[in-house]
Design a binder for this molecule. Sequence first.
Ligand SMILES: C[S@@+](CC[C@H](N)C(=O)[O-])C[C@H]1O[C@@H](n2cnc3c(N)ncnc32)[C@H](O)[C@@H]1O
Length: 263
Amino acid sequence: MVFKKIRSLVGRLFSENMQMKIILQLSNFFWGLRKYFLSVVIDYPEDFRINWKNIKNQSSQDKERNFTVYQLVKLHNKIFEGMHTNIIEFGTDRGATLTTISKFIKKDSQIFSVDSFGFHAKEIKENISKFDEHYQGSYRPFTKQTRFKDFDHVQMTKNLNEILSKKNSNLETIVGYFPNLNKECMAKISNLKFSFVHLDYDLYQSTLDSFNFVKERLEKNAIILFDDFNFINQEGVKKAVKDLKIDLDKGFQTQSGQLILFN
Ligand SMILES: C[S@@+](CC[C@H](N)C(=O)[O-])C[C@H]1O[C@@H](n2cnc3c(N)ncnc32)[C@H](O)[C@@H]1O
């Protein structure tokens, strides 16, 4: 309880970029110790390592969590080999996980990313609930002045589509506050079934709304990845999972705090 408050204070004191630098260093150090205490060494595939090097400065995840995304995308590719599939990410920020998804997704994939990209910070702030203690009174991470300063989601979409078009695939970024998207955008994603879902909104209400939306729109064997599930300053995510009555016995909690479900 005391540590949760200290961690939240640290989060508020440092800028988003500084926090991420500290977290990446601490995470590297911590997971590096696996070798000495548990004799575990992970051989990260070269394509993963190259991608991580390119995205780590804009990532709000550490390497371990990004490796989960990488592995699940590869698993998804095997499960849905030869099929046209739809993928959706709720919570893209400056595109670190979206880049991992786009780089490693199989051919014939339609990807959607739904984020405020800083344009709907006011709505995000208004919907911060009592379960999102760390974010109360502070919405710095989601504004155009802070996290999204100098970031252009149109350029990101263009860059990723250059990679995806070679795989007969495509990315569409949807700017808005979910679930209050404009009618046209909502219609686009409403009549689809999804094979891979990344839920990374950090907040209680956003997590609740996005899961309620996708749960009836899942392919058989679809993979659903919740980021931040066991994070003490993003406790709204766990509360949302609880209120959604998700059976944790059907899921898998990673050591780096994510929750994986299979449909
Ligand atoms: C932790 S970040 C996502 C991190 C990202 N996946 C990465 O790889 O770095 C959370 C994002 O969710 C967005 N967000 C939260 N609630 C939202 C909502 N209801 N609608 C749209 N965007 C939302 C914020 O704008 C923020 O960019």
